[in-house]
Ligand binder design. Structure first.
Ligand code: TMP
Ligand code: ASP
Length: 253
């Protein structure tokens, strides 16, 4: 039985037609992929956790005046969002060296950067989302210089908000990725934070122990991913009551 029209299916989420024009329903799957889907698994409960966590971060951003596509959570796995035109870029903000930057420049992971660094990857799975300079973005018309100035301002506000929220629960925000969408209001176009903000798209390290609480747990086989995400949700007070991690959570003092 086709309940509603599927608009798009990605690796971790599905977008369905929303109840009103200009809206979509964003469904969070339990699927996890890494290294451009070379590595795949189903992690029970991940979709529920990311739905809650993304709701939490997007609601906070809306409340401090950073516009996002988020409207409301509908149920355990779905949220109502504004339909946007996605800019084909992954906007990455880094506070500490890690991942591909650490590898590219031979830096030690966790090394503080002189200032937050914003970089862009062109969203194309077939190409493996290559890092692109601003000049390519403007020359190929993916975004204008004005858009990029606005994107950097948005990304840095998201960075300050997320860094502060995570600091409050003893977690260091190493880096994260966001996606930006265009919303048209009559003749005006606005840029909003879209997609999701969750431990799938951030690097989160415990402040005291350095324990990784993000998708690197899956990428690097460091343990139980649902347990790590549950820990983030628990510390933020957004632990959904009926999700139990596959194994016992560790108590922290
Ligand atoms: P990187 O160090 O692998 O380039 O990743 C930088 C940040 O972007 C990190 O927080 C993980 C996130 N990220 C995604 O959300 N999706 C991706 O496809 C990749 C490669 C990274
Ligand atoms: N590259 C993404 C990641 O590692 C996932 C994927 O492309 O399959 O986060």
């Amino acid at each position: 039985m086709a309940r509603r029209k599927k608009i798009y299916e990605g690796k971790a989420k599905i977008l369905y037609e929303g109840p009103e024009p200009g809206t979509l329903v964003q469904y969070f799957k339990d699927d996890a992929t890494a290294f451009n889907a070379e590595k795949k698994a189903t992690i029970e409960g991940k979709g529920v956790l990311n739905n809650r966590l993304s709701e939490f971060f997007m609601t906070g951003l809306n409340q401090i005046g950073v516009p996002t596509h988020f409207l409301k959570r509908l149920n355990m796995r779905e949220q109502l969002v504004r339909s946007v035109e996605i800019i084909p870029l992954e906007v990455i903000v880094r506070n500490f060296a890690a991942g591909s930057m650490a590898k590219r420049l031979g830096l030690e992971e966790g090394q503080p950067l002189p200032r937050p660094i914003v970089e862009y990857s062109y969203k194309d799975d077939a190409l493996g989302d290559p890092l692109v300079p601003e000049e390519y973005i403007i020359a190929f018309g993916w975004a204008s210089q004005q858009d990029l100035d606005d994107i950097v301002a948005l990304a840095l506000r998201v960075n300050d908000f997320l860094s502060g929220v995570m600091y409050g629960v003893g977690i260091k925000l190493i880096d994260f990725k966001i996606e930006i969408g265009r919303v048209y209001d009559g003749d005006f176009m606005r840029l909003v934070v879209a997609d999701e903000i969750s431990p799938d798209s951030c690097r989160l390290w415990d402040m005291k122990t350095g324990r990784k609480l993000d998708k690197d747990v899956f990428r690097r086989d460091l343990g139980n991913l649902a347990e790590a995400y549950t820990e983030v949700a628990r510390r933020l007070g957004v632990m959904p009551s009926n999700v139990t991690p596959a194994s016992k959570p560790t108590l922290i003092n």
